[in-house]
Design a protein around this ligand. Structure first.
Ligand code: PXP
Length: 250
């Protein structure tokens, strides 16, 4: 039985709300349903442009989330100040560009090393665990360790795009491009283990492409959002969460 945990990213419940400027659907209600359905935590990304999750959502989620409350954010002074006030259980630092549709690529830890290191130190002073969202690359993992971060989250996006292009069934031999990307993830995961770092993974994961990623040794948490919220349109949020938990359980 796998011990990998599932944190559900509920950003896109807020995307739907913001599309109409209504008060529904409410991400808080979504968080409650996810946790009641067995999710181990809730993740949201407070973006600088506030395109989905709003400041008030973060404040209220902190009060009601019972498992891990993971806040994704860019290295922006404004968002850092909000995060230090709210004190989620975990911060995941991500790169952020205003024009992107979703987070593209991992953090360039080497390029922003000093800023990341000082943010990690500040969050640790507040008792907040810090994770860095990085490409599945040995150097990125090593540099992350040097910042003092507790976890890395391996960016599974490239693997997922290639795997999804196969069209759903990954039960046989993986096509070489998919296998190459999966191997990058597994090798980076191994390196995180050697360095004694906590290991998370996410981006683009869904019920078709998830199983091979579970082979990453030492994997602690998955952050999955878009595919769960999309699937919930047809089967309901609770069933969408349970489907993934069943795959994780093996
Ligand atoms: N992990 C990180 C760091 C992310 O930025 C996102 C997207 O917000 C996810 C996981 C979840 O990705 P998806 O919505 O594709 O499941």
């Amino acid at each position: 039985m796998s011990t990998v945990k599932l944190c559900v990213n509920i950003d896109h419940i807020a995307t739907l709300r913001e599309a109409r400027g209504t008060s529904y659907p409410d991400p808080l209600e979504g968080a409650r349903i996810c946790e009641e359905s067995g999710a181990h935590g809730i993740t949201v990304h407070l973006r600088e442009d506030r395109r989905h999750i709003q400041d008030r959502d973060v404040v209220e989620l902190k009060k009601i989330v019972r498992g891990k409350f993971n806040l994704e954010m860019a290295l922006s002074d404004e968002i850092i100040a909000i995060a230090r006030k709210v004190r989620p259980d975990q911060i995941t630092l991500v790169p952020e560009k205003r024009e992107e549709i979703t987070t593209e690529g991992g953090l360039d830890v080497a390029a922003h090393f000093e800023r990341i290191r000082s943010a990690v130190k500040a969050f640790h002073e507040d008792g907040i665990v810090v994770s860095l969202f990085v490409e599945p690359d040995k150097d990125a993992v090593s540099r992350s360790k040097e910042t003092g971060a507790d976890y890395i989250e391996l960016h599974t996006g490239t693997y997922c795009v290639l795997a999804d292009a196969v069209g759903g069934d990954l039960s046989g031999d993986l096509p070489s491009g998919v296998k190459r990307e999966l191997d990058r993830i597994l090798r980076a995961a191994e390196h995180a283990r050697e360095l004694d770092m906590g290991l998370n993974a996410g981006h683009g994961l869904n019920r078709h492409n998830l199983a091979p990623v579970l082979a990453a040794r030492g994997l602690d948490e998955l952050n999955i959002g878009h595919s769960i919220i999309a699937r919930s349109i047809y089967v309901g949020l609770s069933a969408a969460v349970k489907e993934l938990l069943a795959i994780i359980a093996g």
